[in-house]
Design a binder for this molecule. Structure first.
Ligand SMILES: O=C(O)CCC(=O)C(=O)O
Length: 273
C-alpha cells in the first residue's frame, strides 16, 4: 500500500494524493465520538493523538502509515490529531500550516460525517511550492474563495481551487504548505479528522500563532511513534496511553458543555433528518 509513482508525483506536484480507503473497517461514528471525548483531554487542542482508542486506531491504520512512509521515510511520528467540526455555514478560513512551512510534515484529512463535494477539503494544487505564507499576504480576504484565487493567480495564472471528493472513512494526504480551507454550505454539521505526521529527525513544536511572525511554545508537544523508531529524535516522544480518570472526567465535562451549546443546532439537524 505504498504510494504509486503517480500518487507520489501528485503529492509532489499538486500537494495532495488520494482519496484512499483504510485497510481496516472504520466505524466513523466511533472515531468521531472518541475524538469528541478527547478534544479537551490532550496537552493542547491538537493533542488527542497520544490517547489510545478508535481515533488512534484509524489514524495509525497501515493504509495511512505505509503511504506516508513512501513520502517521508520508514520512521514516522504522529504529532497531532484534531476533530474538525464545522456547523452549517461555518467556513475554515484559507491558510497554510505554519508547522509545514517550518519542518517536514504531512497531513491526513479523513472524512467522517456529512462530507459532500461542497463541504470537503479545498486546496490550490501546486501552491505548496510557492513558499507563500497565505495568511500574511496583503489584500487577501481569507474567507473569500474568489479573493484567494485571485492571489493564487499572481503566482500561477492557471491556478484553480480543487475540492477533494471523499466518502466517509476515506482520507487524503496533503502538504500543509498548500493553500487550503473549507466551507460548509450544507444544512448539517460536517466532521473530519485531521492528523499530522513527520520524520522523527524533525523538531516538532507547538505554534502560539498562525499568522504574523512565527512564535513557538517553550515546552515541546508530545509525539508518538507510528512507524519504525525515533531514536535520537529532538522531539518529545511519548508512549500512546489511555486518558487518566481526571483527564476523562475533565474532557467529558468540557465536551458536555460544548454539546449543550450546540444543542439547538443538533435538534434542528435531527428535525431535518
Ligand atoms: O476541516 C476543516 O474544516 C479545515 C481543515 C484545515 O484547515 C486543515 O486541515 O488545516
Amino acid at each position: 500500500m505504498s504510494l504509486s509513482s503517480a500518487e507520489l508525483e501528485s503529492l509532489e506536484r499538486n500537494g495532495f494524493a488520494g482519496p484512499f480507503s483504510l485497510e481496516r473497517q472504520v466505524d466513523c461514528d466511533a472515531v468521531e465520538a472518541n475524538s469528541r471525548r478527547l478534544r479537551f483531554a490532550g496537552e493542547w487542542y491538537k493533542g488527542a493523538h497520544v490517547f489510545k482508542g478508535p481515533a488512534f486506531d484509524a489514524s495509525t491504520d497501515s493504509a495511512i502509515t505505509s503511504r506516508l512512509r513512501s513520502a517521508l521515510g520508514e520512521n514516522l511520528v504522529m504529532w497531532s490529531s484534531e476533530l474538525m467540526l464545522k456547523p452549517p455555514g461555518q467556513p475554515h478560513r484559507w491558510h497554510v500550516d505554519i508547522e509545514a512551512m517550518t519542518w517536514r510534515t504531512l497531513n491526513i484529512w479523513m472524512a467522517l460525517r456529512n462530507v459532500t463535494d461542497d463541504s470537503t477539503l479545498r486546496l490550490v494544487p501546486g501552491s505548496h511550492r510557492w513558499g507563500a505564507m497565505l495568511q500574511n499576504l496583503p489584500d487577501v480576504d481569507l474567507q473569500d474563495e474568489a479573493s484567494v484565487l485571485a492571489a493564487a493567480r499572481r503566482y500561477d495564472p492557471t491556478a484553480v481551487i480543487q475540492r477533494i471528493p471523499m466518502k466517509a472513512g476515506q482520507f487524503a494526504i496533503f502538504d500543509g504548505r498548500a493553500w487550503h480551507g473549507t466551507e460548509n454550505p450544507t444544512a448539517r454539521t460536517r466532521t473530519a479528522l485531521l492528523c499530522q505526521y513527520s520524520p522523527p529527525a524533525e523538531l516538532v513544536r507547538q505554534p502560539l500563532s498562525y499568522g504574523g511572525a512565527a512564535n513557538w511554545a517553550e515546552e515541546l508537544p508530545a509525539c508518538v511513534v507510528v512507524s519504525g523508531s525515533a531514536a535520537d529524535s529532538p522531539s518529545r516522544i511519548v508512549e500512546p496511553r489511555n486518558p487518566t480518570l481526571r483527564q476523562t472526567v475533565q474532557a467529558n465535562l468540557r465536551s458536555t458543555i460544548g454539546f449543550m451549546r450546540r444543542l439547538p443546532q443538533w435538534m434542528a439537524e435531527r428535525k431535518q433528518a
